[in-house]
Structure formats: C-alpha cells, structure tokens
Design a protein around this ligand. Sequence first.
Ligand code: DX5
Ligand code: ZN
Length: 217
Amino acid sequence: MVKIGASILSANYGYLKEEIRKVEEAGVDLIHVDMMDGHFVPNISMGIGISKYVKDITSLPTEVHLMVENPNMFISVLAGNVDIISFHIETCRFPFRTINLIKEKGSKPIVALNPSTPINTIEYILDEVYGVLVMTVEPGFSGQKFIPQMLKKIDSLKRLINKEGHDVQIFVDGGINLETAPKVVEAGADVLISSSAIFCHGDVEEAVRRLKEAVKF
Ligand code: DX5
Ligand code: ZN
C-alpha cells in the first residue's frame, strides 16, 4: 500500500495547526517538514522550533527533511524529538556517523539524494537506513516540475534494494501530482511526499483522496 506524506512547505503558515488537522483527517500517513538554511539550497524555511511544534500537535509520524550544509548540528537537537530525519548525502562526509547520531536517540534515518546524485553513493549504507528520499526536483521550493529522468533512477534503486534484500522504503519528493504519482509508484516508490498538489488545490481532503485514487492500480 502506497503511503502519502504531506509536506507543509506550501501550507498556510498562519493556520498551520488547522492545515495539519485537515491533512490528518484526509488520511495522509506522515507530515514532512522541510528545513532549509539558505546555503545548501537557495531558500530559508522552517527550523527546529516548527519541527518540534509539528511533532507536538500531530499523532502522525513527523519527518524532518534537512536541506542544510551541516546536518549533524541540527541532528544533535532533533534526534529523539522527531520520528524520522532525512539528511542529504551531498552534505555528509561521514554518513555512518550521522546515521548513528540519529538512531542512538531513537529516530529513524533516511538518506536523501539530489536528482543528479547517483545511487552508488549510498550503496554501502542501505543496510543502515529506514528509507531513501529520491528528490524528483532540485531541492529548495515547492511547486516545481517533476524531472522525468528520475523514473529510471527510482526503478534502478528499487531493483538494487530487491536484489540485495534490504528493508528500505523509497520516498519521492518533488512535483508529485495526479499525473506523476502513478508513474513513480509504477517505478517503485513506496511513499509520496507532496505539497502544492495537496495545499494549493483548494480542497485538501479532495486533493488527498484523488492522489490516493491515482495510485490504486
Ligand atoms: C522541495 C521540498 C519538497 C517540496 C515539495 O525542496 O523538499 O518537500 O515541499 O513540494 P511539491 O510537492 O509542490 O513539489
Ligand atoms: Zn522535502
């Protein structure tokens, strides 16, 4: 069963609690918080305070997607306070060490890959992570267009995971909508992260329902 994660980047921040309540009621499976530092990506978004607030107000798993130059600095505060922490392999010199920092406090690690980063950069850490987050747009903004070459990447990653028998979920993030959702699921995605298709649609419940229907084969 494919899962849906709501990225709150495109939510109405003035009504964050209500926006989260709406996606909970609509039946999403997790809340995705995008943390940016203005260095790794050309944007600044939410920080530690919002991440902890989201964790406090929702019973769904809270995933923090770190798009920052120095993930360990934030992980030392976030680990144990949120359920899942996604760090980018491009920002991480010692991924085994970073993974341990996340796990030893009881959070689950996900390794994220920018669109042009090859799969072989994470081959040797697949046994250690809960998931791989395949970016299907360049990170930094919601509302961008899905990069079609990522279908092949998801497919190759799925084959590698199956061939080696890893227990790893494939998350996809960026440009997921009614048209791209079935394609990424067919390629092997397990969890779809979506923001603008959910929060900019007008009717959150209807948007989530349609996304779920689009991936029911
Ligand atoms: C982009 C973020 C995404 C973003 C997705 O850097 O990591 O989570 O919010 O937004 P959509 O679904 O609009 O592409
Ligand atoms: Zn994200």
